[in-house]
Design a protein around this ligand. Structure first.
Ligand SMILES: C[S@@+](CC[C@H](N)C(=O)[O-])C[C@H]1O[C@@H](n2cnc3c(N)ncnc32)[C@H](O)[C@@H]1O
Length: 411
């Protein structure tokens, strides 16, 4: 992996390259620790000159690749096209720098724009204020060009601009995705503690699950993990059914090219070979899971079942379990969580021999009470929570005894 520091910078001529559509720079953003998975996705889909940073990957490709990535990437949050960069150390320089760019060539004053910002700079303590200065600069630029001021739109803005400020480096990009890519559109029902779709996909990809064995999420909530697993196994692009991407508002939007990419992507889907089961004990979660599974189009592959993890049986001789149990983030819940995770460990040992289990939690202390040695530990972020996904191989108790005896006899 070609891993770089923690910042991206855009070439000044990228807008020219972008205008000729064939070979321009793009940046995908993702959650921390997911970069290696996203890098693999990008390579598989044909990105070139890949450079990996923290939470962002820079690469080159053409317009067709940009459309394809928006449809197909499972672990990316956005696909950006850097258009302009400059150095700043104070708000005045920021305003002047942003006003120098010929925004009127990119969109017209009857269109709306929105700005989202990622600011991490010793020179700018207030990210909202920095963002406002950039907005002012754009609007004032239009006025000074003798045009009316474009309006700022929110969710459905015609042009979404991404403003990244790290230390003294400003990178301004066009957001080709629009609504972030983790919002696939199938979550019609929100769980009170859901994981996001990109994280669920990352867990499935990291688990090593292949659809030759049953997959079970025994605490499924709104069924995010089961749905992402089904989309992966069926090789269905996660944003295939999205109503709109940001790039559809751009002046270079090529509907015929998008149609061609959609056709190619649709042809790649395949049937799933194994069962996917989403279980929960809570009736409200089960209702949410059923609604979401229906909307995802994966109903034929996912069975939603009612069941308490501590009472229900394993659905097959062997399989893969991927789940996201409650974390217990509130004060005073530590003891309760230790007990809960101890019980999870007991259930895994006594009921799930022959299985592998992957579970994510921010409660590292409680995870120790599972009492099994993990084969793998992966750091992951769930929103702002530092988490770990741990993977266990669950052997039959008798097999463990035999292995121990063999080891003793060798000594
Ligand atoms: C953190 S949520 C899972 C959220 C889910 N990953 C999603 O994306 O919506 C934990 C879930 O575990 C379920 N749960 C807690 N104890 C359980 C048990 N003993 N058996 C089955 N489900 C349980 C809860 O009802 C809740 O839906």
């Amino acid at each position: 992996m070609n891993r770089k520091g923690n910042s991206t910078s855009s070439s000044k001529s990228n807008l020219e390259d972008f205008n000729n559509r064939e070979d321009f720079e793009m940046v995908t953003t993702c959650m921390q620790y997911v970069e290696p998975l996203l890098e693999k996705e990008l390579k598989d889909l044909g990105a070139r000159d890949i450079e990996v940073y923290t939470r962002a990957i820079k690469f080159r490709g053409d317009l067709k690749l940009m459309y394809k990535l928006n449809l197909c990437l499972r672990t990316a949050l956005k696909v950006l096209v850097p258009i302009y960069s400059f150095k700043v150390r104070n708000e005045d320089q920021l305003y002047k720098g942003a006003k120098q760019f010929a925004w009127e060539k990119l969109f017209n004053s009857t269109q709306t724009f929105s700005l989202d910002a990622a600011v991490n700079s010793q020179y700018f303590k207030h990210s909202q204020f920095a963002m406002l200065r950039v907005k002012d600069a754009i609007v004032d630029r239009f006025r000074e060009q003798g045009q009316s001021r474009p309006n700022v739109g929110r969710d459905r803005a015609d042009l979404r601009i991404h403003f990244h400020l790290r230390d003294d480096q400003v990178n301004i990009s066009l957001d080709s995705s629009g609504t972030p890519l983790f919002k696939r559109g199938y979550k019609r029902e929100q769980h009170k503690a859901p994981i996001n779709e990109c994280l669920a996909a990352a867990m499935v990809l990291k688990s090593g699950w292949k659809d030759d064995q049953t997959l079970l999420d025994p605490m499924c909530g709104s069924a995010t993990i089961a749905i992402e697993a089904a989309l992966i196994a069926a090789n269905i692009a996660p944003n295939l059914n999205r109503e709109r991407f940001g790039f559809e508002n751009w002046s270079n939007y090529d509907g015929a090219l998008l149609g061609q990419v959609l056709e190619e992507v649709r042809r790649q889907s395949q049937p799933i070979r194994s069962k996917i089961i989403a279980r929960d004990k809570d009736s409200r979660s089960l209702r949410q899971a059923r609604v979401n599974v229906n909307f995802s189009g994966m109903k034929k592959y996912i069975e939603v079942q009612e069941g308490d993890f501590f009472e229900s049986k394993k659905p097959d001789e062997n399989g893969m379990m991927i789940f996201n149990p409650p974390y217990g983030e509130r004060l005073g819940e530590e003891e309760q969580m230790k007990e809960f995770y101890t019980e999870i460990g007991n259930r895994l040992k006594h009921e799930y021999s022959g299985w592998k289990a992957c579970l994510i939690s921010s409660d590292i202390q409680a995870m120790k009470f599972i009492g099994l040695k993990p084969d793998e530990k992966h750091p992951l972020m769930n929103g702002k929570l530092d988490c770990q996904m741990r993977k266990y191989t669950l052997f039959d108790g008798k097999r463990v005894e035999i292995l121990e005896k063999r080891a003793k006899n060798k000594e």
